[in-house]
Every structure is written in C-alpha cells, then in structure tokens.
Design a protein around this ligand. Structure first.
Ligand code: ZN
Length: 194
C-alpha cells in the first residue's frame, strides 16, 4: 500500500492509497492549510486526489484544520465512536487559533463494521477500529498488510491508571489484527510493541 507522510509541526499526517482514491489520516492546527498543501505538492499529490479524511481523534493537532480541508472538497469520515467528540474540539481552541468549527451534517458516518467495505471501495484493504486510551474517540486505521495508523494511542506501559484498561485493550485489538508496524501521530514509524 502506498503510504506518504505529509506531516508538519512535529506531527505526522498520512496519505494512504493511490490515484484519485486516497485517504488522508489526520490534519494539523487551524490555519495550517498552506503547510499541508506544500507538503502534498512536494510529494506530488493533489488535494483533488484525496476524497476522504479521517481524524484519529479530535484534538487540535489532528483535526484542527478539518473544516478548512472539507471546504476544498474532501469529505470527513466519522466513526460512530467519534460523533460526540467533534463539538468538543472547539473548547480546546483560543480565538487566536481562528478555528473553523466542523459541520456535522455533511460528513460520512461509518461504523467499525462498515469500514472494511468502505475502504475497499477506495482500493484499500483494511478496517477502522476503535482504539480508545489516549481519548475516548480515538480510532486506528488498520491495513491488512500489517500497518496501523494509531494517532496518539498511548504506548503500552505509559498509560496512567485511569486509561490503563482501555490502552491495554486497544493494543491487544491491534495485535489480534496482526499489526506489525505502527504509524504514530508523532515520532518515527515503529514495530508493534511486544
Ligand atoms: Zn497529537
């Protein structure tokens, strides 16, 4: 599978897939569209070739730019576990951020069960699963070839007591899907922690 990192400002944003059926995983802070466009251009990808965006979770460095990207024709995929988190994103923002609030009615809602068929329609073999721990709304895109885009899922062993149970369960779920390589929201690509 074709995977391109178009991240900036110490975060990773990935483009998965090829031709005009690509999926963007995460976007940056509000107002950073020029950075995203510059990185896409550098990797020879046009925003027009990206019909869909998914945010691993609704924090400013992963979803802040969402509505601005949507205005360029990219449709937002929302897992059912994420619906409630979208309106909360604005509470992380200050006026100086000039955050454009994400509209709710024009997104494409998906369940975990529907995600495989949907990704397949883009030529991507895989699924989107809930991986709570860093936040309740965290999801991961898992490819059948063994890559997982996990956003900020807390590394095992680093979770505080409150999040320990969900973090452990999320890593176990990734393991049971035979994930081999983690594409995190920050930092380098790494093997699935043992
Ligand atoms: Zn982050």
């Amino acid at each position: 599978m074709n995977i391109v990192n178009v991240g900036y400002d110490s975060a990773n944003y990935y483009v998965i897939g090829a031709n005009a059926a690509r999926l963007l995983v995460d976007v940056g802070w509000p107002g950073t569209l020029p950075k995203l466009l510059a990185n896409l251009k550098r990797k020879d990808i046009s925003l027009k070739e990206i019909p869909y965006l998914i945010c691993t979770h609704y924090h400013p460095d992963h979803a802040g730019l969402t509505q601005e990207v949507k205005q360029h024709g990219v449709r937002l995929l929302v897992l059912e576990q994420q619906i409630q988190a979208i309106p909360v994103l604005k509470t992380f923002m200050k006026p100086v951020n000039r955050y454009l609030e994400i509209t709710l009615q024009d997104n494409l809602g998906l369940t975990v069960k529907e995600s495989r068929a949907f990704l397949l329609s883009l030529g991507i073999a895989g699924e989107i699963i809930a991986t709570p721990g860093h936040s309740e709304d965290s999801v991961s895109v898992v490819l059948d070839e063994g890559e997982a885009f996990t956003g900020d899922l807390t590394p095992p062993g680093f979770a505080d007591e409150r999040a320990m149970e969900s973090v452990t369960r999320s890593w176990n779920d990734l393991r049971s899907l035979r994930v081999k390589t983690i594409y995190p929201g920050h930092g380098p690509i790494r093997p699935l922690p043992g």
